[in-house]
Design a protein around this ligand. Structure first.
Ligand code: PEP
Ligand code: MG
Length: 315
């Protein structure tokens, strides 16, 4: 299955003035590739590799990984495929990367922290990805989850480069990483903001607790301010910054992100058409004023209303 063969010809994501915003798909397995292609994804912005191995008791072999990565990469010739290294722990436990007993698993040994504790698993995954990327017509990008410090960013980007992966980056989903994005971005080839965890950690509200869902709101101006920080650093340094959290699927919030300097949005394939249509209706300047209105709010609801009021007044 090749995206180019399946895709209905959807216009590439862009603002009304032609500013390109790549519209990519979040996927968790090769079986979702068909939908992504059919719905006009311009590539994959987040392959959640831990979803491939949720039932594995032992670390997957390099060959088993290679087959899965190939199946995804081969569907997107000439397009970017952003693969996230295993994000084990907290809401995504993996038997072969156990965190042990922890009182606060979301603050524990998860993501890159778990991979560094089992460096063999990290090296195998990088080797499998390098082999998959080398043999594919897709453009492989690899990023690490839960990167918290510059040292971690440098470590994992170096490890990926050493493995033969030229495009290596980080997920920005911890407030520390967003707050020093200007320094983080010096050491990476690209970054992608994970708004699900960034919201959880910024508002100190467990994303898995339904009772706290009112606080799990990416429209909160504290979250938007962090996105703005990362977007500005990306523009200043000429480094691509995407958003791959669920927030990218909200058409109005997608416009806000475009106004904050975000250059790609990755979402569930079903959301692509709505976001594509919304972006096409406003210029970059309009997106910037919609973003400014949201950023100036005191509360998430107020940010939503303010953005919507400016959007209605402009187009
Ligand atoms: C995120 O945290 O926003 C993200 C994209 O990843 P996940 O939801 O898998 O943690
Ligand atoms: Mg995350």
């Amino acid at each position: 299955v090749q995206a180019s063969a399946l895709a209905t010809p959807a216009a590439p994501g862009a603002l009304a003035d032609g500013t390109r915003i790549a519209l990519l798909a979040n996927i968790g397995s090769p079986s979702e590739v068909g939908d992504a292609a059919r719905l006009g994804a311009e590539g994959v912005g987040l392959l959640r590799t831990e979803f491939l191995f949720l039932d594995a008791a032992e670390p997957p072999t390099v060959d088993a990984q290679l087959a899965s990565y190939r199946a995804v990469l081969d569907a997107f010739p000439g397009m970017p495929v952003v693969v996230r290294l295993l994000d084990a722990g907290a809401d995504k436990p993996l038997a072969f990367l156990p965190a042990g007993e922890e009182l606060n698993p979301a603050l524990g040994r998860r993501g890159l922290r778990a991979l560094r504790a089992e460096e063999g698993v990290l090296r195998d995954q990088l080797a499998a990805l390098a082999a998959a990327g080398a043999g594919s017509a897709a453009e492989l990008w690899v990023m690490a989850p839960m990167v918290t410090t510059v040292e971690e960013a440098r470590f994992v980007v170096q490890a990926a480069h050493d493995a033969g992966i030229p495009n290596a980056g980080v997920v920005i989903e911890v407030p520390s990483a967003a707050l020093i994005a200007d320094r983080m971005l010096r050491h990476v080839d690209f970054a992608s903001i994970g708004t699900n965890d960034l919201t959880q950690y910024t508002l100190a509200a467990d994303r898995s607790l339904g009772g706290l869902s009112a606080l799990q709101d990416p429209w909160h101006p504290a979250v938007l301010r962090l996105v703005a920080e990362v977007g500005a650093a990306g523009i200043a340094q000429g480094t691509q910054v995407g958003v791959c959290g669920e927030a990218a699927a909200d058409p109005l919030l997608a416009i806000v992100f475009a106004g904050l300097g975000i250059t790609s949005l990755s979402m569930a394939p079903a959301a692509l058409a709505g976001v594509r249509a919304a972006l096409a209706r406003c210029t970059r300047e309009q997106a910037e004023s919609i973003a400014a209105a949201a950023l100036a709010a005191e509360e998430a609801d107020e940010a939503r209303r303010a953005a919507s009021a400016v959007a209605r007044a402009r187009f």
